[in-house]
Design a protein around this ligand. Structure first.
Ligand code: FSX
Ligand code: SF4
Ligand code: SF4
Length: 313
């Protein structure tokens, strides 16, 4: 009788099997490639709902944020939650082999897989400001990749403010005509549903929570800016621990003055919806308003609409 590992491996050709491993295994170290649990978890995920993660104009901050996830750990995420089959930063595979595998998964799971987009998409010069890969000696732009994979996907997660609304690459000047996923979809009539998970970077819980929701219960309920209400349904100011100072007109004059509302220092909390006041950052250690101010990183229009950051709105 075949062992669980052997059965798993037997259902896939060796080539497909090894290629499939490239996405997930890289994130947790290659030594675990032949761990039977990994193989079985990955195969199960592959059967149901693979995720392809592509990157355009961004700083990779959202990927780094995801890798900093403490509970669940990134290992657990990659083993048990997300069947990540393509990720330019963490996969072991590269070049055409990686791209071939990505397009193979997209075709095989057409209408079922989720596309995660990180970074903005430049529309000027036919997308030539951001080349995301090369196949058969032909450059593939981020714009082309977003359109092709976006049309084939069952759903799209725009991760980070750049992918959601254009973010920093779309700030004043915007020579590359950077825009978010929905901007691209609107222009090219692509109808695949998009969930925006903004933030610069996005919180690991927002990313993992949204993907887990998508996999288990379907597309989460979103607000008028396409963000899951689960994480972006509450106003920062209305729930801020410093609200009592605001109500009493006590304002901090310096960042180190803890007893006071941060509005005079530039806090934009009243115009921002996110659960940072409760969720906090860095595994609950702190959050922006505690150390500095909220600069509105999850809102459409960021950064221009909230600049200068350290001046009262
Ligand atoms: Fe933008 Fe993200 Fe800011 Fe960076 O997805 S949201 S610049 S933290 O990495 O692209
Ligand atoms: Fe509102 Fe910011 Fe003051 Fe908190 S610190 S009460 S969010 S203005
Ligand atoms: Fe972004 Fe404001 Fe939350 Fe900080 S507190 S992460 S600036 S929304």
């Amino acid at each position: 009788m075949l062992s669980e590992t052997q059965q798993t491996a037997a259902t896939l050709s060796r080539r497909t099997f090894l290629k499939g491993l490239t996405g997930t295994a890289a994130g947790i170290g290659l030594s675990q490639i032949f761990n039977p649990k990994l193989i079985s978890a990955m195969t199960k995920g592959l059967e149901t709902h693979p995720v392809l993660w592509i990157q355009g104009q961004g700083c990779t901050g959202c990927s780094v944020s995801l890798l900093n996830s403490v509970e669940p750990t990134i290992k657990k995420i990659l083993l048990e939650i997300i069947s990540l089959q393509y990720h330019p930063t963490i996969m072991a595979s590269e070049g055409e082999t990686a791209l071939e595998n990505m397009y193979r998964v997209a075709k095989e799971y057409k209408g079922k897989f989720s596309l995660a987009v990180e970074g903005a998409i430049p529309m000027a010069a036919d997308g030539k400001y951001c080349i995301s890969g090369e196949m058969n000696h032909k450059e593939i732009t981020m714009l082309q990749m977003t359109k092709e994979l976006g049309e084939m996907a069952g759903s799209v997660l725009a991760i980070g403010s750049c992918a959601a609304y254009g973010g920093i690459p779309a700030a004043k000047g915007n020579l590359t005509e950077a825009t978010g996923v929905q901007g691209v979809f609107k222009k090219f009539g692509i109808k695949t549903p998009v969930v925006n998970i903004p933030g610069c970077p996005s919180h690991p819980d927002w990313i993992v929570g949204s993907i887990a929701h998508l996999l288990t219960k379907g597309i989460p309920e979103v607000d008028e800016n396409g963000r899951p209400l689960l994480f972006f349904g509450e106003n920062i100011h209305e729930n801020c621990p410093y609200l009592e100072y605001f109500d009493k007109d006590i304002f901090s004059a310096t960042f180190t003055q803890k007893k006071g509302c941060r509005m005079e220092l530039g806090c934009k909390g009243p115009d921002v919806n996110a659960d940072c006041f409760r969720r906090r950052w860095n595994n609950g250690l702190n959050w922006c308003v505690e150390n500095a101010v909220c600069i509105g990183c999850v809102e459409p229009g960021f950064p221009d609409a909230f600049s200068p950051f350290y001046e009262k709105a």
